[in-house]
Design a protein around this ligand. Structure first.
Ligand code: SAH
Length: 350
C-alpha cells in the first residue's frame, strides 16, 4: 500500500495527528528521502521559532543516593556497587559560580530521590543560588514530591522542573519500575508542576525494554495533551549492574526520528540533544540538533564526582560533555551553523 512519508510529515507539521501505522512508518521505514525530509522539516520549524541559537544548561548532579529502584537506572537503591556521594551547598554554589563565568544562565540540579535533601535544604539551596545569580533560571530534577513541596521549591525561586514520565503506558511503566511506583502519581506530579507555574519537562527513553510502537504512540498522545515546555528523550543504554544489563540499547536513528516527530508535534518545545545521545554516537549531539533539538546540557558537577553519577554504562562526562569544555562544544556547534548563546533560554510563547 505504501504510506508516503512526505505526506505524513506535512500533515504532522500542519497540526494533524499521527495514526499508529503512520508512526510505525516514520520510525521504521528505510525510505531515506522521506526520513531526510522529516528531519529537515523539524529543523525548519526549530529555526522559525528559536533560530540557530543553542541554549545551554549547566547540569549539576548533586546526589547519587536514591530511594527508588527503577530497573533501568544505575543509581537504583538495590545497586550496592553504585558509588554514592552528596554535594554540600557550598560545592553546589561553587559549580554555579564556575558555570556563570563560563556563560551558563540555567542551572539544572538533578539527583536521585534522596531524603537527606529535605524541603528546607532544597529551598535553602534554591534561595541561595537565586540570590547570588538573579539573572539565572533554576531547574530541579529530583523526582516525585508532594504538591506542597513543589510549591515550596517554586516559592523559593525554582523556575523549571524536569520529570520524565518514562512511558505513558501503564503496563509498560510497571515493567520498568518497582510496584511502589505508579504512572498515575508521576502524571499527577507533572500536572501539579504545571499548575504551580513551572516550565515543565517530560520525556522518555528511546528503545527501553518492552517499548513498542503502541507505547510510543501513547507517549506522543500524552505529550500532545500535557503540552510540556521541554521534552527530554535519549536512547536507553544498559547498565551492567541493573536487571536490564543484557538488554539492547536504543538506537541513534530512532532517537533522531523521534526528536523530529516531537518537534513537529509540539513546535515550541525545548528539546535537548541529550548526554545519552552523545554517548551512543560521537556526532550524536550534532545529529540531534540537525533533527530539531535546540538545547544541550553539559556537565557542571565537580570532576571527581561525575564518574559516580552513572545512570548507564560509558556515560560521557568529560571533553565537550563537560561544562569546562564549553569552548569545544561551542566550536562544534559553530561548525554546523549554530551558536551557543549566553541566555536563560526560556520557552517562547506565541
Ligand atoms: N530522580 C530524578 C532524575 C532521574 S535521572 C527523576 O526521577 O526524575 C534522569 C533520567 O535519566 C531519567 O528520567 C531516565 O529517563 C534517564 N535514565 C536513567 N537510566 C537510564 C539508562 N540506563 N539509559 C538511558 N537513560 C537513563
Amino acid at each position: 500500500m505504501g504510506l508516503k512519508l512526505e505526506n505524513i510529515v506535512d500533515r504532522l507539521e500542519a497540526g494533524g495527528g499521527l495514526q499508529r501505522d503512520e508512526l510505525a512508518a516514520l520510525l521504521f521505514d528505510d525510505d531515506l528521502e522521506g526520513i531526510t525530509y522529516l528531519k529537515r522539516r523539524a529543523r525548519h520549524v526549530t529555526d522559525r521559532i528559536y533560530g540557530t541559537d543553542i541554549y545551554i544548561r549547566g547540569l549539576i548532579e548533586f546526589t547519587s543516593y536514591c530511594k527508588n529502584n527503577c530497573l533501568y537506572c544505575g543509581i537504583r537503591c538495590a545497586n550496592k556497587k553504585a558509588q554514592r556521594y552528596r554535594l554540600t551547598k557550598e560545592q553546589i554554589m561553587e559549580c554555579c559560580k564556575q558555570g556563570y563565568a563560563l556563560g551558563f544562565r540555567t542551572f539544572v540540579l538533578q539527583g536521585g530521590e534522596d531524603a537527606y535533601f529535605d524541603e528546607k535544604t532544597v529551598c535553602g539551596i534554591v534561595h541561595d543560588i537565586k540570590a547570588a545569580f538573579p539573572d539565572c533560571a533554576i531547574t530541579l530534577s529530583i523526582g516525585e514530591k508532594s504538591r506542597a513541596q513543589y510549591q515550596a521549591y517554586f516559592d523559593a525561586g525554582a523556575d523549571r522542573y524536569l520529570l520524565r514520565h518514562e512511558t505513558a503506558n501503564e503496563t509498560h511503566y510497571g515493567k520498568l519500575h518497582p510496584k511502589e511506583m505508579r504512572l498515575e502519581n508521576r502524571k499527577r506530579c507533572l500536572v501539579d508542576l504545571k499548575e504551580i507555574g513551572y516550565q515543565v519537562g517530560a520525556g522518555f527513553m528511546v528503545g527501553s525494554p518492552f517499548q513498542t510502537v503502541e507505547t510510543i504512540y501513547e507517549d506522543l498522545q500524552f505529550l500532545k495533551e500535557l503540552k510540556p515546555h521541554m521534552v527530554g528523550i535519549g536512547p536507553f543504554i544498559p547498565h551492567k549492574d541493573t536487571p536490564f544489563a543484557g538488554e539492547h540499547a536504543g538506537t541513534l536513528e530512532m532517537t533522531l526520528r523521534l526528536l523530529s516527530i516531537i518537534r513537529l508535534q509540539n513546535p515550541r518545545v525545548l528539546l535537548p540533544a541529550t548526554t545519552a545521545l552523545g554517548t551512543i554516537h560521537p556526532m550524536g549531539r550534532e545529529l540531534g540538533i540537525a533533527a530539531g533539538a535546540n538545547v544541550v546540557m553539559p556537565n557542571l558537577s565537580p570532576a571527581t564526582m561525575r564518574e559516580k553519577y552513572r545512570l548507564y554504562d560509558n556515560k560521557l562526562c568529560t571533553g565537550d560533555e563537560a561544562a569546562q569544555g564549553l569552548s569545544g562544544l561551542a566550536k562544534r556547534m559553530r561548525d554546523i551553523g549554530y551558536q551557543v548563546v549566553v541566555d536563560r533560554g526560556d520557552y517562547r510563547r506565541e
